[in-house]
Design a binder for this molecule. Structure first.
Ligand code: F6R
Length: 607
């Protein structure tokens, strides 16, 4: 959510900044901007809209200089416009900001900046105003930053350049992510390691309160006390192919095709190939004492928690609560001292989820995170961490991270259930064998899902779509509806199939598409009865099932999409494929920007 970059080099940096902004665009695409220090004069260009608009605008100008900063914006304060785009600059300072300054309105009224001519509606510009004031008062670059951040309330990751310091970039972090990187000849700071992947091979994850000072030779980091901090630099671990579309038209398409790899790699961490059982290694946590589990996350990650609740309760018989992170801490939850709070996040930076981790940590509640991005804030803030091995996810709509999250949650549930003996070792072995089929079944599911292209063509004309399911297919229905609406812009709702008659059935009218997720099993016939109620009212049914007996015996069964036969334990993982594919094909058919849907951004670092 907003991407920032700063590069100090011994060569012109503008093309590298643009390159990094391309990699950051998934964090926001309302506007983009760049500022370069060219011999103690800052030149800047910023424009509304996508990065391409900035690239086009830059063609008219020469932007030389060896130190520069850049920004892609997801608007919070002030509409997307040229004037609200970053950088925000005065005559002496220019900066880019990710986060929210909560006391910006009050700060703008203080005597230090009362006379400053604000050009934008943003909260960020007050930082420029304060820095300008402190520089005018004679403070050094570093001291002016220190003094400014002591009065900021809220979150920020900043990259700052000064007109009279043509070699140096300053970074500051509180709440929002900031990474410093180096490749030996140039140094950089940015919102994430993806942004730095073409200008750094080693990176360091800054901590709250840190200030970074970098030129093309050195990076110095000062901690919150102002002391020089010796932070560890690690291999970046991202290759160019991780962050490019390769043979695919969209990142989302590539990432759906990576479901098998993401799930396979994730499970591989938890399969003991010698004994043939699922087990979580190297986790110094006594699972046997856990009285209750709280699963907490946002969006798609929250839906993976809803599936996880079924896994934990079914296999380990331990009670589970699920919370949306944005609600969790505000409802003053009752949490037992032997409870475990599990936080699920692809980015590891989602502000609400991070705040929920901090809430638990402050109360000495055990925290475990399941994240995809190594060394992300949530991973570092929690007591224990397990990784999904989905690789970089760039498409704003989360896909492969979802199935990887399900893989970790299932593995944890089986591990815990085995420890507390609510399942036997033989049960574990059986499920482990089933888990080992996941990659192949996902590949087959992808292959079969190409046929959904035709369904997508006719669904584009619908004014709304409903998704129904029972059991773990209910959270899948929610996930299907979320994915569908966020990239097709067609209204979609997910419901438990059995709830329809308590209200939502009123929405069914002739030819309304209803996607029904109906795996075989104990709930099969009950779901089919609910579907009959929908058919009787004119709904047009797309069935997703791996049942081999089901036949299209009604003209309102529009299509039966059949998955390969799959074991119950990994059913939700395999059924995710057609759910994601249908959303993808519909959005493509509509000509929408699949990877960067309107009004959204990945990595939601504001509350
Ligand atoms: C939807 C989607 C979002 C994210 C949510 C949480 O397709 O991607 O709903 O799942 O913003 O993000 P993470 O997992 O990074 O915490």
């Amino acid at each position: 959510m907003c991407g920032i970059i700063g590069i100090a080099s011994n060569d012109n940096v503008s093309s590298n900044i643009i390159n990094s902004l391309k990699k950051l665009e998934y964090r926001g695409y309302d506007s983009a901007g760049i500022a370069i220090n060219n011999n103690e004069k800052i030149n800047q260009k910023k424009v509304k809209g996508k990065l391409d608009n900035l690239i086009y605008a830059l063609q008219e100008d020469q932007f030389d200089g060896k130190v520069g900063i850049g920004h892609t914006r997801w608007a919070t304060h002030g509409e997307p416009s040229d004037k609200n785009a970053h950088p925000h600059s005065s005559r002496s300072v220019s900066l880019v900001h990710n986060g929210i300054i909560e006391n910006a309105t009050e700060l703008k009224k203080t005597k230090e900046v009362r006379d400053y001519h604000f050009e934008s509606d943003t909260d960020s510009e007050v930082i420029t105003a304060l820095l300008t004031h402190h520089r005018r008062e004679g403070l050094s670059h570093l001291e002016s930053i220190k003094k400014t951040i002591t009065i900021l309330e809220g979150s920020y990751a900043l990259a700052i350049i000064f007109d009279d310091n043509k070699d140096t970039i300053f970074g500051a972090k509180n709440g929002s992510p900031l990474v410093a990187g180096t490749n030996g000849v140039e140094n950089s700071i940015g919102s994430d390691s993806i942004a730095l992947s073409s200008v750094a091979n080693r990176v360091c994850y800054l901590e709250d309160g840190d200030i970074a000072v970098l030129d093309n030779k050195n990076i110095e980091i000062y901690n919150i006390k102002g002391d020089k901090a010796n932070r560890e630099f690690v291999e970046i671990g991202i290759t160019e192919s991780d962050v490019s579309k390769g043979e695919y038209n969209h990142f989302m398409e590539k990432e759906i095709h990576e479901h098998p790899l993401a799930v396979g790699e994730t499970f591989r961490q938890f399969i003991d190939y010698d004994t043939g059982i699922i087990k979580i290694p190297n986790l110094n946590l006594d699972f046997s004492k856990i009285s209750k589990i709280h699963l907490i996350a946002c969006g798609t990650a929250y839906y993976s928690c809803l599936v996880g609740k079924y896994y934990f309760e079914q296999y380990s018989r331990i009670p589970v609560d699920c919370d949306m992170a944005s609600e969790f801490r505000y409802r003053d939850p009752v949490i037992d001292s032997n409870a475990l709070c599990i936080f699920v996040s692809q980015s590891g930076e989602t502000a609400d989820t991070k705040a929920a981790v901090d809430y638990c940590r402050d109360r000495k509640i055990k925290t475990l995170s399941i994240v995809n991005v190594k060394n992300s804030s949530i991973a570092r803030d929690s007591d224990y961490c397990l990784y999904t091995k989905a690789g970089a996810e760039i498409g704003v709509a989360s896909t492969k991270a979802f199935t990887a999250q399900l893989s970790v949650l299932l593995s944890m549930a089986i591990h815990l259930a085995t420890l507390i003996k609510s399942i036997t070792i033989d049960d574990n072995k059986k499920i482990c064998k089933e888990v080992m089929q996941a990659t192949q079944l996902l590949e087959q599911a992808i292959e079969r899902s190409y046929s959904l292209k035709d369904v997508a063509k006719s669904i584009t004309k619908a004014k709304g779509v409903m998704y129904l399911g029972r059991g773990t297919s209910f959270p899948l229905a929610l996930e299907g509806a979320l994915k569908f609406k966020e990239i097709s812009y067609i209204h979609a709702e997910g419901y438990p199939a059995g709830e329809m008659k308590h209200g939502p059935l009123a929405l069914i009218e002739k030819n309304l598409p209803v996607v029904c997720i109906v795996p075989p099993g104990p709930l099969f016939h009950k779901t089919i009865s609910n579907i009959q109620e929908v058919i009787a009212r004119g709904g047009k049914i797309l069935m997703i099932t791996d049942d081999e007996t089901l036949e299209s015996n009604s003209e309102n069964i529009w299509e039966i999409f059949r998955l390969p036969k799959c074991p119950k334990s990994i059913e939700a993982i395999i059924y995710s494929v057609p759910i994601h594919m249908l959303a993808y094909y519909t959005a493509v058919e509509l000509g929408n920007d699949v990877d960067q849907p309107r009004n959204l951004a990945k990595s939601v670092t504001v509350e």
